[in-house]
Design a protein around this ligand. Structure first.
Ligand code: PRP
Length: 172
């Protein structure tokens, strides 16, 4: 297996600086609940949230759509729901990657039934070419090609999440 760097640590951190500035400007003083989609988004949440102010709080949801393989099953399963109620709150879903869009679409529909004040999405990576379910993403870090990527939270069979950069995994 070979790793080819697609996005360096500097590129990722620089883009998160810009995303944080944009998010802060858009919400102003309004309180926001960031909802991190486990496991992949935990590095992104950690880095993004530390650039935001005291009005930003956090909760976690765990959804499964991939298993150990390299392609999406298209079946979305909630493994762990939110601890907090989102009624009348601004919800910002934090994703590491949007691939087919099935996970995000499912979450938007589910959370929409809970009467939040608003729902927006920040995704570090988006594979627009792989989209089968159209779903809006308000803040996108990087558009990337439809290749299998690991690192910065993204795994292959649970490995490589702890790389500080994002790489294409070849040779499997
Ligand atoms: C990944 C990623 C998204 C989802 C995107 O999670 O974090 O949640 O897949 O794919 P989709 O747009 O095709 O639905 P994964 O299921 O691999 O779980 P993990 O974050 O725990 O690795």
């Amino acid at each position: 297996m070979a790793l080819e760097i697609l996005l360096s640590e500097e590129q990722i951190q620089g883009r998160i600086d810009a995303l944080a500035e944009q998010i802060k400007a858009d919400y102003g003083e309004e309180p926001v609940l960031m909802v991190s989609v486990l496991k992949g988004s935990f590095y992104f949440l950690a880095d993004l949230s530390r650039r935001l102010g005291h009005n930003f709080t956090m909760d976690f949801v765990q959804v499964s759509s991939y298993g150990d393989g390299k392609s999406s099953s298209g079946i979305v399963q909630i493994r762990k729901d939110l601890d907090l109620t989102i009624e009348d709150k601004h919800v910002l879903i934090v994703e590491d990657i949007v691939d087919t869009g099935a996970t995000l679409n499912h979450l938007r529909e589910l959370f929409g039934t809970r009467r939040p004040k608003s729902i927006k999405v920040v995704a570090l990576l988006s594979k627009t070419a792989a989209r089968t379910v159209k779903t809006p993403i308000e803040y996108v870090g990087f558009e990337i090609p439809s290749r299998f990527v690991v690192g910065y939270g993204l795994d292959h069979a649970e490995r490589f999440r702890n790389l500080p950069y994002i790489a294409v995994l070849d040779g499997e």
